[in-house]
Design a protein around this ligand. Structure first.
Ligand code: MN
Length: 254
């Protein structure tokens, strides 16, 4: 039996160290094909390029740089670049975590969810920024952990319409916890500035604040210094409120 094909993408771009380390580690468990954006595409979410052509540059054997988003990369790889259907999609590893609402903005998570949409098991991998541990050691640790989990997923699969979201802390632990999707707050800013012609422009962003304080969530677990693994589902339906059953159009409450 031939080795399983593993499609690897990211949102930091084809030149990113995290992608090289992740793809390198996955070589041990399968045949790796890389389709990654030709430049950084962080926080582009799940966008796809319908209004412009995609160009593909072959960086080296099995490595394709795509002039699009991570979701573009996965879609194009599945439809054109892959020699056969991949058994797994891995997105990352990203430098910077994807917790709480980050997953809605993250190109890394979108790359994995694009795999899930196409009914291929998928894993997003993100590494917290380090202060005092060399980033190379953290990337190597997280790649080993993600690759071990990838081998399990290749063997046992995942529930349909789901993907795993791995976030690794900036301490060198191999300990992990299955977590649930929590919340993450930022000190949101929208700076108003003037360009050289005196015309105002705005810049949104801002630093993260403390994560979710609820035990068992992705952010809380990472803050405890453990690797967090969350199974994300494509079904975003929320539990209904109590008034759902009674309500009919034209019979609204006073
Ligand atoms: Mn990124």
């Amino acid at each position: 039996m031939s080795a399983p094909l593993i499609l690897v993408t990211n949102d930091d771009g084809i030149g990113a160290t995290g992608l090289r380390v992740m793809a390198g580690q996955l070589e041990a468990i399968g045949e790796v094909i890389v389709a990654a954006p030709d430049r950084e595409q962080s926080a582009v979410g799940h966008g796809i390029s319908l209004a412009r052509p995609l160009r593909v540059t072959d960086a080296r054997d099995g490595w394709h740089a795509v002039s699009g988003t991570p979701a573009d990369c996965v879609m194009l790889a599945l439809l054109q670049l892959c020699p056969r259907r991949p058994s797994l999609v891995v997105s990352g590893m990203n430098v910077g975590v994807n917790l709480g609402a980050d997953v809605f903005y993250s190109g890394t998570v979108a790359g994995a969810l694009e795999g899930a949409i196409h009914e291929i098991p998928a894993i997003a991998v993100s590494q917290d920024l380090a202060v005092d541990v060399p980033i190379g050691e953290l990337l190597a640790r997280t790649a080993r952990f993600a690759s071990a989990l990838a081998a399990q997923v290749l063997d046992k699969g995942l529930p349909p319409r789901s993907a795993l979201n791995i976030n690794a802390p900036s301490v060198l632990t191999e300990e992990f916890r299955w977590t649930r999707h929590g919340r993450r707050a930022y000190r949101e800013q929208a700076d108003r500035r003037l360009d050289l012609r005196g015309v105002p422009y705005y810049w949104i962003g801002g630093p993260p604040l403390a994560c979710d304080h609820e035990p068992g969530t992705d952010g809380h677990t990472l803050a405890e210094g453990l690797i967090s693994v969350t199974l994300l589902g494509l079904d975003l339906t929320a539990p209904p409120p109590s008034w759902y059953d009674q309500w009919r159009p034209g019979r609204s409450a006073r």
